[in-house]
Design a protein. Structure first.
Length: 213
């Protein structure tokens, strides 16, 4: 963990759970000696989106792929935030590299209450890179750890909305089938300061299935 670029994207926090280090822009190879905390994994009504460290390696190796990690005890992953350009089969890929997905954010059940989600998202979004993008998140209720948080889907949705709103995201409406499948699902976007009105209009049309010309 001595890469000078990573050193510029490192923050240390003292919490009631102990010291936690946030690493941003983790490069391929960074994950080799890490392990996932046991609060990330398979539970009765929920499974972590990231099941193996190899998934971080794959994301970090992709063009534009971003991995932000919360590390405890020098090598234990207590939380993560990952982002990438949309998959070629996604609706949003029709706008190319204008669109960027904050694909997943999760904090181990053992480290909740330390505001790690906010810290992970802050480190991820702290970059001029996003000023040319429409960054988006799609919140699907079947990915939410409702049991672990002790929340209803509606309350979990509100929690997610508050978190992303702190970083300039706003809710938008769409007829994209996965979003409309359940009422509690949500899509939020952050429009970068250099995104043109024309590109914003293309995205507005795409939200309702009208392909860009």
């Amino acid at each position: 963990m001595t890469n000078p670029e990573l050193a510029n994207r490192t923050a240390f926090y003292e919490t009631h759970c102990g010291q936690i280090t946030i690493f941003g822009l983790c490069e391929p190879g960074f994950f080799r000696n890490l392990k996932l905390d046991d609060g990330l994994g398979h539970f009765s009504h929920y499974s972590s989106i990231i099941q193996k460290l190899d998934a971080f390696e794959t994301i970090a190796s992709r063009k534009g792929g971003r991995v932000t990690l919360a590390i405890v005890d020098n090598n234990v992953v207590a939380g993560y935030c990952v982002g990438a350009y949309p998959d070629k089969n996604d609706r949003w890929a029709a706008l190319g590299e204008l669109m960027y997905e904050l694909a997943a954010i999760e904090v181990s059940r053992n480290y909740r209450g330390c505001r790690l989600g906010e810290k992970l998202l802050s480190m991820t979004m702290e970059d001029d890179f996003f000023e040319d993008k429409i960054a988006y998140m799609c919140g699907y209720s079947w990915h939410w750890d409702l049991e672990g948080k002790g929340l209803s889907a509606a309350h979990y949705r509100s929690m997610m909305k508050r978190l992303y709103s702190k970083f300039g995201f706003r809710e938008v409406y769409t007829n994209e089938p996965n979003i409309t499948l359940r009422a509690e699902n949500i899509m939020m976007i952050r429009v970068g300061t250099r995104v043109t009105p024309e590109d914003q209009m293309k995205f507005r049309h795409l939200r309702f299935g009208m392909k860009p010309k």
